[in-house]
Design a protein around this ligand. Structure first.
Ligand code: PGA
Length: 263
């Protein structure tokens, strides 16, 4: 049984003060779930230090929204994996569709970032997802498997267990239009099948595959109840403590996980 993972992607919202305030509100609301669910928040870089301090010992982990593959150098505007580890980050979102679409990140670049982040000791959450145009053209399988293969190139079966994949259909992000549980499960099953072929049964069984795209308290339980959906990557709803907590609590109640299990 896989331990669910629910990660909040704050995007370009909340600075140090607002971030710490949100955490103060959130921690008591998720206290009953953090024994059974990995709950992660991913604030903007500038808020990481303040949020880390606010999280202290509260059972919620810290992640970043991107990182470079090198540890130092002339890379204006980038951040190194070691810098994120130094402020207590354990996770990093990589290849989010906004990075791919608005900032030109490619599968190859996402892969370099993932390999670099992993080597430094961070756990990547690698995002993949098709556009509406690609879905309408019947290209979901082709697009998703291509992104998956290229983004995870070079990982070993053993390393894969520490990685998470997030399936986020681009047309469902921030639009209020969620994939139906059946649509999401179909793609999650496809992803796990490919991971099984590429990395073997054992790794494919333990890797968490998250769904992202307009997850809300009222649709989370049904999504997380699908066989291959192991939690979510949450944007808008992660900015409201009550909503994010309700989603994390839904992951606990639907996945039938064992609280003592750690991956
Ligand atoms: P959303 O964003 O929940 O606001 O749709 C999800 C994401 O971008 O990760």
């Amino acid at each position: 049984m896989r331990r669910p993972l629910v990660a909040g992607n704050w995007k370009m919202s909340l600075g140090p003060e607002g971030g710490a305030a949100l955490i103060a509100e959130l921690l008591p609301l998720v206290a009953d779930s953090t024994g059974a669910v990995d709950v992660v928040v991913c604030p903007p870089y500038l808020a990481l230090g303040a949020v880390a301090a606010a999280l202290d010992g509260g059972g919620v982990s810290l992640g970043a929204q991107n990182c470079h593959w090198e540890e130092a150098g002339a890379f204006t505007g980038e951040i190194a994996p070691g810098m994120l580890l130094a402020v207590a980050c354990q996770w990093v979102i990589l290849g989010h569709s906004e990075r791919r679409q608005l900032f030109g990140e490619s599968d190859e670049g996402v892969n370099r970032r993932a390999v670099g982040a992993f080597a430094a000791g961070l756990r990547p959450i690698v995002c993949i997802g098709e556009t509406l145009e690609e879905r309408d053209a019947g290209r979901v399988e082709d697009v998703i498997l291509g992104q998956l293969d290229r983004s995870l190139q070079g990982f070993t079966a053993e390393q894969l267990a520490s990685v998470a994949v997030a399936y986020e259909p681009v047309w469902a992000i921030g639009t209020g239009r969620t994939a139906t549980p059946e649509q999401a499960q179909q793609v999650h099953g496809l992803i796990r099948g490919r991971l099984r072929d590429s990395f073997g049964d054992a790794s494919a069984e333990v890797i968490r595959i998250l769904y992202g795209g307009s997850v809300k308290p009222d649709n989370a339980a049904e999504l997380f109840g699908q066989a291959d959906i192991d939690g979510g990557l949450i944007g808008g709803a992660s900015l409201k403590a009550a909503d994010f907590a309700a989603i994390a609590n839904a992951a606990r109640s639907t996945c039938g996980c064992h609280s003592e299990q750690e991956i």
